[in-house]
Structure formats: structure tokens, C-alpha cells
Design a protein around this ligand. Structure first.
Ligand SMILES: N[C@@H](CCC(=O)N[C@@H](CS)C(=O)NCC(=O)O)C(=O)O
Length: 228
């Protein structure tokens, strides 16, 4: 699997790659991750698009994290299900849309200026230019109102907080793909920024810790940048 890496090849911070690595672990499938940088578009040309994750399974090439999750449940139907039913897949699709439309933008407001510090030097210009154009501001100005942005993130996480205070996982007693989608967002922040964004006494933090510790601490063991 092509997995986004920083200047330090051990820093793996893509939210989409994280949900996919958790999905592979859930299925009990071993994966070799290949560090990939934003500007290495030629390396993943066979996927027909310029984004990671890209999964190579034998001679099959699957891109897009959602497509990969659907592929894994179909191709490895005898292993633990990521969705379990068409209804669960529909609910997970809503979680994907909510995470990408609400949680990701709230995190961008906090971490985008930290990400540019950890990307590979050959990616730094591309990253700054494309993101500043999309955001309509310098990365540093975009994150300037930290206290306000943090409050906004915690408010945005309210539906998750109210769900996981009563259930261990969005999947109920055990994690499902919906958990990995939101986990990927918070793990993106954890692996690209030295800031601790979640308060200690919060049901979201307890849920995130449960996910960090799954699969022999796959998420917990992932390196994160040191504070400057
Ligand atoms: N819809 C895609 C999104 C993948 C995506 O945007 N990946 C980012 C890394 S987090 C990427 O490869 N960006 C390349 C770029 O910005 O040039 C998925 O779910 O896999």
C-alpha cells in the first residue's frame, strides 16, 4: 500500500491511509506500506489518480479508501466484516461524509501550519501553494485563532462524544469501519502535529485511546513529531 510519508519516512499522517491500515488490520491482513510523497504522482500512475492510499493486491490495483474498504469486504468475505450489512455500509458512508465535511475542516484550522513543517522538502512548495490557494489564506493566518478553533473542533465532535459515551465503539461492542474513518482524522492530527487537541477527561479521548491500542497498538506506536 502506498502510504503518505513526511521528510521522516516513519511519519505517516494521511487520514485516508490510516483508515485503510486499520481496515487491513481488522481483516487480519498483513500489509507492506511503501512511503509516498505528494509530488511522486508518477509512482502511482497505474491507479489512474494522484492520491493515496493505493492498494496493490496481487495484480489488482485499488485506489480511494472507500473503494478499498468495499473491496476488502468482498475479496476477503471470510474474514471479520468492516461493514457487516448494506445498512451498516450506508451508515458508515454518512460517517465518511460527516468526517470529511465537518471534522477534517475543523482539524485543518488547527494543524495545517504544522503539516508543512513535516512534509518532505520536495513536497513543501507544492503543499503550501495548493493549500493556500484552496484556503484563500496563508497557512499561518489560517490557524491563528487557536482557542476559537479548538472550541470549534470540540463542538464539532459532539455527535461522536454523545455516541461513544454509551457504546465502546461506533460499531457497538467492537470497532467497525465507521470507527476507523473518524479515528483516521484524529490520528492524522496526532501524527502530523505535536499539539494535543483532545482534553483528558472526554469520552472522545477514551474512545480514541481504545482505537490507538487495537491491533497490538498499531496507532499508538506510530511516531509523531516532537514539539519544537
Ligand atoms: N477520496 C480519497 C482521498 C485521498 C486523498 O486525498 N489523499 C491525500 C493524502 S491525505 C493525497 O494523496 N493528496 C495528494 C495531493 O494533495 O496531491 C480517499 O478516500 O482515498
Amino acid at each position: 500500500m502506498y502510504d503518505l510519508a513526511g521528510a521522516d519516512p516513519l511519519l505517516r499522517f494521511s487520514p485516508y491511509c490510516w483508515r485503510t491500515k486499520m481496515a487491513l488490520a481488522h481483516k487480519g491482513l498483513e500489509v507492506e506500506t511503501i512511503p509516498w510523497r505528494f509530488t511522486e504522482k508518477d509512482v502511482i500512475e497505474s491507479s489512474g489518480q494522484g492520491r493515496v492510499p493505493v492498494l496493490l493486491d496481487g495484480d489488482k490495483v485499488v485506489s480511494d479508501s472507500w473503494e478499498i474498504a468495499c473491496y476488502l469486504d468482498e475479496a476477503y468475505a471470510d474474514r471479520p466484516a468492516l461493514f457487516g450489512s448494506a445498512d451498516a455500509r450506508g451508515a458508515a458512508f454518512f460517517i465518511k461524509r460527516w468526517t470529511e465535511a465537518v471534522v477534517h475542516p475543523a482539524l485543518v484550522r488547527l494543524i495545517i501550519a504544522d503539516i508543512v513543517k513535516i512534509v518532505d522538502p520536495k513536497d513543501a512548495g507544492y503543499f503550501r501553494e495548493t493549500r493556500e490557494k484552496a484556503l484563500g489564506a496563508s497557512l499561518e493566518d489560517y490557524v491563528a485563532a487557536k482557542e476559537e478553533n479548538l472550541k470549534h473542533l470540540h463542538a464539532a465532535l459532539t455527535p461522536l462524544r454523545l455516541s461513544v459515551k454509551d457504546f465502546a465503539f461506533l460499531g457497538g461492542e467492537s470497532p467497525s469501519y465507521a470507527d476507523y474513518i473518524v479515528f483516521g482524522a484524529l490520528q492524522w492530527a496526532r501524527c502530523s502535529s505535536p499539539q494535543d487537541l483532545l482534553p483528558e477527561d472526554d469520552a472522545v479521548t477514551a474512545w480514541f485511546d481504545r482505537l490507538l491500542n487495537l491491533y497490538d497498538g498499531l496507532g499508538a506506536k506510530a511516531p509523531r513529531p516532537a514539539a519544537a
